[in-house]
Ligand binder design. Structure first.
Ligand code: 9MR
Length: 355
């Protein structure tokens, strides 16, 4: 072999090896990239678990699954004692079959709860009626999924968003009927039904300093009264500009003073300027996909940097929806790591390849 041919062959070999090395993924999926830090989770709908491409993505990337809607109060008990388990069972069985654990979501919430819970013989239900119905509902669902659900969002969004309100609680029908007792009792009932499950209070706008303080005070009061509450769920409905790392870190530092477990329960990063869990939409401010990709990747990277610094108290980070096609925010908000065709976006690699 003459030296020119040998040099050409060597160069080709080096190039081929480099290509292979580059093409090799450093990790199989998000869950592997975060092993030793926290579980990686995602909220799923019925399509996600029925479709083979989508379920492969689930198994490859995640080790904690939340039912986006199918374990909520109204879908599972649309009228008193009339339980509908089909949809929830399909998700639970998918998880059982694939060795995945579930975050239960959610036992008591002012949304997606049957009106019947609040109705009494002469108008509104009494506190005793409401609490008894809550107890039956909570016992039924928690015991049914005990083998696969390792934690529950017991009460969702019970704190007001109004920073000027004298009363820290949301003036929901639950609160009007039972006061703060509905919150405490929900945790007591869940603990009766599964003493092993970790029990969470879950809310949005949770980096807002006023709301954060109110959540911490409520949880401290509950703990002082012996209520079995183990963790705080930070929903994590963020946008490409908000929150910044300092605000996020300040909230985590406050929560970690009152609980041993923090879960990021509903992470998505929207391309508009809205914050919180409310259905409000402004127009996307950065129109072209390249600049959106850069901003989205930067914000996902920033929040995961903060989460990793608190991995001793953060046990699980769950994305709210598998792809932009599934997102409750609509595909235009570009909020998840996978595009509408279930292809990873640059944000996916930004999150995964952090090492
Ligand atoms: O993603 C859920 C959407 O499909 C439902 O229509 C909506 C009903 O209010 O609830 C969405 O999920 C919410 C979650 O259960 C609690 N935090 C806010 C989430 C986004 O609204």
């Amino acid at each position: 072999m003459n030296s020119t041919i040998r040099t050409t062959l060597c160069a080709a070999l080096v190039a081929a090896t480099a290509t292979v090395a580059h093409a090799q993924q450093p990790f199989d999926g998000l869950k592997d990239a975060y092993e030793g830090f926290f579980k990686m989770g995602v909220a799923v709908n019925q399509r996600n678990i029925a479709d083979s491409l989508q379920s492969a993505l689930l198994v490859q990337n995640y080790n904690s699954i939340t039912a986006e809607n199918d374990m909520k109060p109204e879908p599972t008990e649309p009228s008193e004692g009339n339980f509908r388990w089909d949809a929830a069972d399909r998700i639970a069985n998918f998880c059982r079959k694939n060795g995945l654990r579930m975050r239960g979501h959610c036992l008591v919430w002012h949304n997606q709860i049957g009106r019947w819970m609040f109705e009494g013989e002469n108008g509104q239900a009494t506190k005793e009626e409401l609490l008894q119905r809550m107890r039956r509902h909570i016992h039924a669902i928690v015991s049914r999924y005990r083998d696969v659900v390792y934690c529950w969002d017991v009460v969702n969004e019970a704190i007001t968003d109004d920073p000027r309100a004298d009363n820290p609680y949301r003036p929901s029908t639950l609160y009007q009927i039972a006061g703060e007792e509905f919150i405490e009792k929900a945790f007591v009932y869940a603990h009766e039904a599964d003493p092993d499950a970790l029990l969470f209070y879950n809310d949005y706008n949770e980096t807002d300093p006023v709301k954060c303080e109110r959540i911490c005070q409520m949880v401290e009061r509950m703990k002082a009264r012996g209520i079995p509450i183990h963790g705080i769920g930070m929903q994590g409905h963020y946008n490409i500009h908000y929150p910044d790392s300092a605000l996020l870190e300040a909230a985590i530092n406050n929560y970690r003073r009152v609980v041993d477990h923090i879960h990021v329960t509903e992470l998505d990063i929207r391309a508009n300027r809205e914050k919180g869990g409310q259905l409000q939409f402004s127009r996307t401010v950065e129109a072209d996909v390249d600049s959106l990709d850069a901003l989205l990747t930067a914000q996902y990277t920033r929040v995961f940097d903060v989460f990793r610094r608190h991995a001793d108290v953060i046990d699980c980070v769950t994305f709210w929806n598998l792809s932009d096609r599934d997102s409750w925010l609509g595909a235009d908000n570009y909020a998840t790591p996978f595009d509408t065709q279930y292809q990873p976006k640059p944000a996916y690699y930004g999150i995964r390849d952090w090492r």
